[in-house]
Ligand binder design. Structure first.
Ligand SMILES: [Zn+2]
Length: 448
């Protein structure tokens, strides 16, 4: 798992060894840092939960990009027709995958209802390279909950008011609820999960001091809650049993997130050593790793791999633990296994490439990183690692282009352009990387 935010090009190590780059917001925005979490397994689980409700809404899951925002408050948002963000606070708070599906179905209701089209569409103005910064800006603006807050992502000189971008009317809320219940039913899910989410929001409406951003952008009314309760009461899917496969992956998601984000003490209290379930071992592996208890962490991974020897994410996590505890060659072996089990997962491939670099296999590392970028161009860490690899191989043009890409993804367009200009000076005119650098030079300048 890695964590991406922006503006601190060198990055900083968290206790667990997660790579975090903090986002510093502009002067108009609150001084808050937010980061996007990238994890192949968690993203896969979220897509698994989103897929049935999005398809029911007529939205192909492949058209939607999901962003997991590291933020303890409860929030989920759709920034345009194809970008959905969800806070770690919401993921950790929701007890069942069906609750996550209910929130996603509600957001899909806004998407399918075209509720975004009627307001300033922040992301439509954002070019590929700027999307990550914009999503973080939206998350931050939503958390601030004020219509006067300008986004950190001031895109193409355009300031975006958060209420204008994200807040919905009461009529839109009820319409999204009703649509959502229909999607849940079509997906074969008991819509009662929706009631639990609504109840939570209602409790919050009464507590002025601790309102989550979700309440602010999705206004709650008694009418709205009644409308949902009424519809659920007569749903043929009421009481339908939950899907055990979905419950399994959701339990893993929560354990993994908690293990990485919470203190080891809290994790070990929630998943004591007497609990021999997979999620418990997964959570403890991270907690031990964060506490530099390498042997205990690896012992939990042994048990997990014995239970599921073909699970790419268990191999990936063991690779990460070995990598971060100073064993890059061991990590290469584990990541190689993970990549062969899940060749379509670019995030695992980036980690593999990084481990190859660290163990001195620079050319193989460069190739793995390029392959990962072919699968996912929006990963600043992949570009940064590629820049390092190319630098070691004395490929100055590629090193500069990759550095420019990483900077552009981080929202630092000015520095990105400077690097792209240097790259074009050394690259053969008209070559692939020369054109890539040209794309960066054509980006609009962000104004503050
Ligand atoms: Zn809403």
């Amino acid at each position: 798992m890695s964590v991406f935010g922006f503006r601190r090009p060198g990055g900083r190590r968290l206790a667990s060894g997660l790579l975090a780059l903090g986002l510093t917001l502009g002067a108009a925005a609150p001084a808050t840092a937010r980061t996007i979490i990238r994890d192949s397994e968690i993203e896969r689980t979220i897509k698994r939960e989103a897929e049935p409700v999005l398809s029911a809404a007529g939205i192909p899951v492949s058209d939607v990009r999901f962003f997991i925002v590291q933020d303890p408050s409860f929030n989920a948002f759709v920034a345009d027709g194809r970008t959905m963000g969800i806070n770690t606070g919401a993921l950790l708070d929701m007890a069942t995958p069906e609750e996550v599906m209910a929130v996603m179905a509600h957001e899909a209701g806004h998407m399918a209802g075209g509720h975004h089209a009627r307001r300033g569409d922040a992301l439509r103005a954002a070019r590929g390279q700027m999307i990550l910064t914009t999503v973080l800006g939206l998350a931050a603006g939503a958390a601030a909950g004020s219509g006067d807050v300008a986004a950190a992502g001031v895109i193409g000189g355009q300031q975006i008011g958060m209420r204008a971008a994200l807040g919905f009317s009461r009529g839109e809320e009820s319409a999204a609820d009703q649509a959502a219940i229909g999607y849940l039913e079509r997906a074969g899910v008991d819509p009662s999960a929706m009631n639990r989410v609504i109840e939570r929001l209602r409790r919050q409406e009464m507590l002025i001091s601790i309102r989550d951003p979700y309440v602010l952008t999705h206004p709650m009314t008694a009418d709205r809650a009644d409308g949902v309760a009424e519809r659920i009461a007569r749903s043929p899917l009421k009481g339908a049993p939950p899907d055990p496969e979905r419950a399994y992956w959701h339990a893993r998601l929560k354990a993994k997130l908690a293990g990485f984000l919470q203190t080891p003490a809290r994790t070990l209290a929630a998943w004591p050593t007497s609990d021999l379930s997979e999620p418990a071992r997964l959570a403890r592996a991270s907690a031990y790793h964060k506490s530099a208890l390498r042997d205990q962490a690896l012992a939990e991974m042994e048990a997990l791999l014995a239970a599921r020897p073909s699970d790419p994410w268990y191999w990936e996590l063991r690779g990460q633990i070995r990598f971060e505890s100073g064993d890059p060659s061991g990590a290469v072996t584990d990541y190689q296994r993970a990549v062969s089990l899940a060749p379509e997962e670019p995030l695992i491939r980036v980690a593999y490439g990084q481990a190859l670099l660290a163990s001195g296999q620079v050319e193989a590392g460069r190739d793995a990183l390029i392959q990962s970028i072919r699968q996912d161009e929006l990963n600043p860490n992949a570009w940064r690692q590629l820049s390092i690899a190319a630098g070691r191989l004395n490929d100055q043009g590629l090193a500069l282009t990759a550095a420019a890409e990483a900077l552009a993804l981080g929202g630092d367009v000015k520095s990105a352009k400077a690097q792209a200009e240097r790259a074009q000076a050394v690259l053969p005119h008209g070559s692939v990387w020369w054109m890539r650098a040209g794309d960066i030079l054509a980006l609009p300048d962000a104004r503050r």
